[in-house]
Design a binder for this molecule. Structure first.
Ligand code: FES
Length: 575
């Protein structure tokens, strides 16, 4: 016969009894909370269960998460089946193409909201739902700081479509077709048709862009279940792994772990850097990984990145560096395939959220062979060295990033004349001016597009080849800026130059006609102007521009750290 729990027996630090609202009378707080919880239809039996919060990032402004209602149901099913109570709560969502000036500005806002809502609301564990570029870093940053047991449920990549018999998908092909349109190779009618074919389903961009890279990194450090990074968004396996993630989160709610700090460690971060290099992942991932690690007091060193890069070949043949899409990587072995190839270079004892070590995760799986056309063997890599390299020199004393795997080989060692654009507005006004004085051997420099600039470090580092050169067949030139670049882009593009121009870094002092030298082999980026001239320019540098005075913009500009520190806020990074 069912018994009614006594008031005393309901007490504890589980589920809805967690973190009571403070009215100065804990008994009253508990009574009031239960009363309001019951108004949502919860029974005493439900209220006695541990709670798994589900951080829900569906939004009408986020195409990549449009299948999240179905994914949420699967997660809830898993939580319920394992004896806990699923409670979803809405969270800021960052749809990459729907935010101005750039989603990057709002990553920290989302991270703050994630942290505070996990901490403030009564949950014993949390499932983080994310996928689109900035959402996963924001979720992991916030969850790392909140410190409760957390499991990541990913959106998964979209599937590819086709155009004139050719496969295409977001978003390397977006840029490729746009470059062809600018060069006059395809018509306005055709670019309109392509516009409707680039994003064929729900899910994240299906090349090795930022979303795919962060998914691979998240699985590497163990914040997802095995296989989660590559399962297509619309595949039934996506729902099954979402259900399994909910089930695991229910167990974590009872056991109290693992927490993000148990999984994201110095060793697992080093594994993530290895994977980042082997997949030739997005340059943005360096910033995000630095910020996530920074929440736990772990430093990501550019010098260490370079050491790893020189001994880690690019193994994954996906766009923008190679030819495939995420669905090919999934069918060809997924992250497991990459980990297998890198096994002797990894910290194999690192565990994931279900307690499996990397050794266990790469154990033989006869039904899931690794396709060496997609995940290459170490003796026939896509590139013999890692996809990313950090540069330092007189133009970037604090460092800069070059995606060498996506660069034009002959430009990796190059000296030439600088052509400077002082801002994004200046770039837009002059790049297609037929009278612009520019040659294919010049290096284009964009100033004032870094984290503290008005534009908030947009993905503008891959700026276009001037139309008059594009129409002559020029497809790549060296571009240097303090901006970022989409992981789906390609070209010889030097990014994240630190200190940024807005802070008076050497980048702010470059003038058209200066000589600049780039050397990927020496990992150098130098402005070949003598010291006396630099000092004179510095003395006349004014730099000051009006700062935002209110709201989040004001907080952002006061607090954002340089790219080399992950662009986190100074008061959020661990000290
Ligand atoms: Fe969401 Fe590319 S737009 S991942």
């Amino acid at each position: 016969m069912p018994t009614t729990p006594t008031r005393t027996s309901r007490r504890g630090n589980v589920g809805f009894d967690n973190g009571l609202t403070n009215y100065g009378d804990a008994e009253f707080s508990r009574y009031l909370r239960r009363s309001f919880a019951k108004s949502m239809g919860y029974s005493d039996a439900s209220l006695a269960k541990p709670v798994v919060g589900i951080c829900y990032t569906a939004s009408g402004f986020n195409n990549c998460h449009r299948h999240f209602p179905e994914v949420l149901s699967a997660i809830e099913r898993g939580v319920l089946a394992n004896g806990a109570l699923p409670v979803s709560f809405p969270m800021i969502s960052l749809g990459e193409a729907f935010l101005t000036p750039t989603s990057m500005v709002y990553r920290n806002l989302m991270a703050m909201a994630v942290e505070e809502m996990i901490r403030a609301q009564p949950m014993d564990a949390v499932v983080l739902m994310g996928g689109c570029d900035k959402t996963v870093p924001a979720l992991l940053m916030g969850a790392a700081s909140a410190g409760k047991p957390a499991a990541l449920a990913l959106a998964g990549p979209m599937v590819s479509g086709s155009h004139r018999g050719e496969r295409l998908s977001a978003c390397t092909d977006c840029r490729r077709f746009w470059a062809r349109y600018r060069a006059g190779e395809i018509s306005e009618n055709e670019i309109d048709v392509v516009e409707g074919r680039l994003a064929a389903s729900a899910g994240t961009c299906s090349v090795m862009g930022t979303a795919s890279t962060m998914a691979m990194i998240s699985e590497t450090v163990g914040m997802t279940l095995p296989g989660a990074a590559t399962i297509p968004a619309v595949h039934a396996d996506r729902l099954r792994i979402s259900e399994a993630t909910g089930a695991r989160a229910a167990e974590m709610a009872v056991s109290g772990g693992p927490r993000p700090a148990d999984l994201i460690t110095g060793k697992s971060i080093e594994n993530a850097l290895r994977v980042l290099l082997a997949i030739s992942g997005s340059t943005n991932a360096i910033i995000h990984l630095t910020a996530i690690a920074g929440r736990l007091g772990i430093e990501v060193s550019l010098d260490r990145l370079n050491e790893l890069s020189d001994e880690t070949p690019v193994l994954v043949d996906l766009k923008p560096v190679g030819s495939g899409y995420m669905e090919d990587l999934h069918a060809g072995g997924g992250l497991r395939g990459v980990l297998c190839e890198l096994a002797d270079k990894l910290n194999l004892e690192c565990e994931n959220l279900e307690g499996s070590t990397i050794s266990e995760r790469i154990a033989d799986s006869p039904f899931d062979p690794i396709d060496s056309n997609v995940v290459r063997n170490r003796d026939s890599p896509v590139r013999s060295v890692g996809g990313l390299v950090a540069l330092r020199g007189s133009l970037a004393p604090g460092g800069a990033i070059l995606k060498r795997a996506a660069a034009t080989e002959r430009l990796l060692e190059h000296e030439g004349r600088a052509v400077v654009f002082s801002s994004l507005n200046d770039l837009a006004a002059r790049i297609d001016d037929p009278n612009l004085d520019i040659e294919p051997s010049d290096l284009m420099v964009l100033q004032n597009a870094g984290p503290r600039s008005e534009s908030g470090m947009p993905e503008a580092g891959y700026f276009p080849i001037p139309k008059k050169l594009a129409r002559q067949g020029v497809t790549d030139m060296i571009r240097i800026s303090d901006a970022r670049m989409s992981g789906t882009a390609f070209g010889t593009v030097v990014l994240h130059v630190t200190p940024e121009a807005d802070l008076g870094g050497p980048l702010a002092l470059v003038r058209t006609g200066d000589r600049i030298r780039v050397s990927a082999s020496e990992k150098r980026l130098d402005l070949l102007v003598d010291d006396e001239e630099i000092q004179a320019r510095r003395a006349s540098f004014s730099g000051a521009r009006p700062r935002p005075e209110r709201g989040y913009a004001s907080l952002y500009h006061r607090s954002v750290l340089p790219a080399t520190q992950g662009c986190d806020f100074d008061f959020l990074a661990a000290r």
